[in-house]
Ligand binder design. Structure first.
Ligand code: HEM
Length: 490
C-alpha cells in the first residue's frame, strides 16, 4: 500500500510540475527516485551538478524523488533570481537550522529580514572593521605557532587548525569574548558547533533525516538537542556578562576601563544589546539567534577559505613568491610591524589570490530559494513552491566566463584589465543582490590579515606524499580527508 501511494504521489507531482517545466532542459531521472541515487552522496553532489551544467550549457531542472529543482547556473539567470525581491524566501533546508539559529538574518524573509538587516548593518561599517584588525593579527600569530608545532610531525592538515582560528576570531569580534579554541584541544563549544554543522549538512541530503517526523526518532536528533543546548548556554551566558558590563556605569572602576576598551572595539553583540534595550519586540531569543548566526556565518566559510588559499599557494610556488615579494615591499620599513588597514589595502596581489581561491573552492557552492508565487521567467511560468538552487560554483567553473582552462589556478584573472568586461554575476562567492553576504568586507580583511601573517613567517609546500582532497558539499564545502601541506619557518 505505501508503495502504491508513493507511485501515485510521484506520478502526480511529476505530471503537475512538468506542465510548467517541460521546456526547460534537465532530467526527471528514474521512476520514484528521480536523480536521488546519483546526487545523495555528499561527495558526488557538486560533481554531478557541475557535470550536468556542462551537458545542458544552461540552467536546468532535476527531480530528486518527486521534488523538482531548478538549478540556476547562468549569470543572467542568477541576476534575475538574486535581485528580484519577491523571490527572497530561503528554501526549506535553511529551516533545519532554526532550533539552533532561530528565525535570524540568515533564515528570515520579508519585513522581518529587512528590519534585522537594518539593525546589524552598522556593525559591519569599515571603521568598525578596522578595530578588529588587532584581533585578526594576534589570533593569526597563534595560528602560525600551531602550524609550526604540527609541522614537526611532517605534513600538516590545515583545516582543523583554520577552524579553530576563525572560531576564535569570530567569537572575539562578534561576542567580545574568547572561546580559546586554538589553545584548548577539548573546547566543548567548538565540538558542539562542529556537530551542529555536520548534522545540518547531512540532513540537507539524507532522505530520512530531511523528513522531520522520522528525524525525531533518530540518534542524530538527540545529538542535535545536546549540542544546541551547550551552544545556547554559552551564548546566553556571554550575553548576560556583556549586558552587565555595559550597564555598569561606575566610571572609575576597573570594569569601566574594560568597557571603554571594548567599546572602542564594538562587538556586534553591543549593538544588538543597545537595540534590544529600545525595542521590546526584539526578544532575548532573537538576540541569541542573531549572535549564533554570525558565529556560524563567520567561522565556517572563512576556515574553508584559509585552508584552500594556503593549499593553492603551496602548489603554486611562483604565485607564493609574488605574494611574499609584495609583503616584503609593504613591510620594508619594519619587517616586524603588524599589518595596518593601509597595509591591507596595499596587498593587491594577495587580494587576487584570495579571489581566485574562492572561485575554485567556493565555500558556499549552492544556495537555495523557494518561490512564494508563480514567476514568469524567460517565457516560462515557474509554479509557486518550486525549489530553486543557485549554483555559485557552476558559474565559477563556466568555460564561457573563465575559458577552457577554468580549472587552472591563475590569480591574474582578477587584475584590473581582466576584470573589466566580466558579467557582474559571473563571480559571486558571497552571493549577490540584496541578500548577499553581510560579512564580505569583514572576510576579505580577515583573510588578508591571516595569510599575510602566515606567509611572512613560513613558506608552504605541497604535502609529501601529496594526495587529492576529497570534498563533501551540500550547502557548505568541506574537506573530508584533510587538506595537507608542508611548511618551514622563514
Ligand atoms: C569567505 C568567507 C565567506 C563566504 C564565502 C560567505 C558567503 C556567503 C554567501 C554565499 C551567503 C548567501 C547565503 C544565502 O543566500 O543563502 C552569505 C550570507 C551570509 N553571510 Fe557570509 N560568507 C563569508 C563570510 C562571512 C562572515 C565573516 C560573516 C559574519 C561576520 C558572514 C555572515 C553572513 C550572514 C549573516 C549571511 C546572511 C545574510 C542575509 O541573508 O541577509 N559571512 N555568505
Amino acid at each position: 500500500m505505501p508503495l502504491i501511494l508513493w507511485v501515485v504521489y510521484w506520478c502526480y507531482t511529476v505530471v503537475h510540475f512538468e506542465k510548467y517545466l517541460r521546456k526547460i532542459p534537465g532530467k526527471i531521472g528514474l521512476p520514484l527516485f528521480g536523480v536521488a541515487l546519483e546526487v545523495r552522496s555528499p561527495t558526488k553532489l557538486l560533481e554531478y551538478v557541475l557535470q550536468y551544467h556542462r551537458i545542458y550549457k544552461s540552467s536546468y531542472k532535476m527531480f530528486v524523488g518527486s521534488q523538482p529543482y531548478l538549478m540556476i547556473t547562468e549569470p543572467e539567470d542568477m541576476k534575475f533570481f538574486l535581485s528580484t525581491s519577491p523571490l527572497l524566501k530561503k528554501s526549506e533546508v535553511y529551516d533545519m537550522a532554526k532550533r539552533w539559529l532561530g528565525n535570524s538574518l540568515l533564515i528570515s524573509s520579508g519585513d522581518k529580514w529587512r528590519k534585522q538587516k537594518t539593525m546589524v548593518t552598522p556593525a559591519f561599517h569599515l571603521n568598525i572593521l578596522k578595530t578588529f584588525i588587532d584581533v585578526f593579527n594576534s589570533q593569526a600569530d597563534v595560528f602560525v605557532e600551531k602550524l609550526l608545532e604540527e609541522s614537526h610531525k611532517g605534513n600538516v592538515d590545515i583545516y582543523p587548525l583554520a577552524e579553530r582560528l576563525t572560531l576564535d576570531i569570530i567569537c572575539e569580534t562578534i561576542m567580545g569574548t574568547s572561546v580559546n579554541a586554538q589553545n584548548d584541544n577539548d573546547c566543548k563549544y567548538l565540538k558542539c558547533v562542529q556537530t551542529l554543522m555536520d548534522i545540518y549538512l547531512d540532513r540537507a541530503i539524507s532522505p530520512i533525516l530531511t523528513n522531520n517526523l522520522l528525524y525525531f526518532f533518530t540518534n542524530t536528533y538527540r545529538k542535535e538537542m545536546y549540542a544546541t543546548k551547550v551552544v545556547h548556554d554559552y551564548t546566553n551566558s556571554v550575553i548576560a556578562q556583556r549586558r552587565k558590563l555595559l550597564n555598569n556605569t561606575n566610571e572609575d572602576s576597573k570594569d569601566s576601563q574594560n568597557i571603554k576598551r571594548k567599546k572602542a572595539r564594538k562587538a556586534l553583540l553591543d549593538l544588538l544589546l543597545e537595540y534590544s534595550a529600545n525595542d521590546p519586540s526584539f526578544t532575548e531569543k532573537d538576540l541569541q539567534g542573531e549572535v549564533d548566526t554570525f558565529v556560524v556565518g563567520g567561522y565556517d566559510s572563512t576556515a574553508t577559505a584559509v585552508t584552500f588559499i594556503l593549499y593553492c599557494l603551496a602548489r603554486h610556488p611562483v604565485v607564493q613568491r609574488k605574494v611574499y615579494e609584495e609583503l616584503t615591499a609593504i613591510f620594508a620599513d619594519d619587517p616586524q610591524r603588524k599589518p595596518t588597514s593601509a597595509d591591507l589595502q596595499a596587498m593587491k596581489f594577495l587580494e587576487m589570490v584570495v579571489k581566485e581561491t574562492l572561485r575554485l573552492y567556493t565555500p558556499i557552492p549552492l544556495i537555495g530559494r523557494k518561490l512564494e508565487n508563480d514567476v514568469d521567467w524567460n517565457g516560462v511560468t515557474l509554479p509557486k513552491g518550486l525549489m530553486i538552487l543557485i549554483c555559485l560554483q557552476c558559474v565559477h567553473k563556466s568555460i564561457d566566463y573563465w575559458g577552457e582552462n577554468f580549472e587552472t589556478f591563475d590569480p591574474e584573472r582578477f587584475n584590473i584589465e581582466n576584470n573589466k568586461n566580466r558579467h557582474p554575476y559571473a563571480y559571486v562567492p558571497f552571493s549577490a543582490g540584496i541578500r548577499n553576504c553581510i560579512g564580505l568586507k569583514y572576510a576579505m580583511v580577515e583573510l588578508k590579515c591571516i595569510i599575510a601573517t602566515t606567509l611572512r613567517r613560513v613558506e608552504v609546500f605541497p604535502a609529501n606524499p601529496d594526495k587529492d582532497v576529497i570534498l563533501k558539499s551540500a550547502i557548505m564545502l568541506k574537506p573530508i580527508n584533510g587538506v595537507y601541506i608542508r611548511l618551514k619557518s622563514r
